[in-house]
Design a protein around this ligand. Structure first.
Ligand code: ZN
Length: 130
């Protein structure tokens, strides 16, 4: 792998943005194959070329800035996705109730039939179907 190291010397290499572009490029290629949409094939090709151009770029500061910009969008997006899948998983195992007295949100495991629920905040008791 010496030739590779020599070739990559002074060049930017890979980062998160490049990985994202590569994944998107492969996804577009698959979609273009499945739906036979030509434009997706070309988009995939362009992305791949851009990916390589970034990798072999000597303008390391500029590429680093691009990656930072990408990460500023990417991290909140990933965070939102994690929260969404967590909520979905929770919905299957728990039911959410709202105390009619104080508005406190309560979480009760599913599948216990009709149970008496006591609000931990105000002590209000009510029946709920799990
Ligand atoms: Zn309450």
């Amino acid at each position: 792998m010496n030739w590779l190291r020599r070739m990559m010397y002074g060049r930017y290499g890979s980062d998160q943005l490049n990985v994202a572009m590569l994944v998107l490029s492969i996804a577009l290629l698959l979609v273009s194959r499945l739906l036979r949409i030509r434009i997706f094939y070309w988009l995939s090709f362009i992305l791949l070329v851009l990916c390589y151009l970034r990798m072999f770029s000597r303008n390391i500061t500029r590429r680093h800035e691009e990656n930072q910009k990408f990460l500023r969008y990417w991290f909140p997006m990933r965070e939102r996705w994690y929260r969404m899948t967590d909520n979905l998983r929770d919905c299957r195992t728990h039911r959410h109730f709202k105390c009619r007295n104080c508005g406190q949100k309560l979480r009760v495991p599913r599948g216990r039939g009709k149970v008496s629920i006591t609000c931990p905040r105000c002590g209000n008791q009510f029946l709920g179907k799990t």
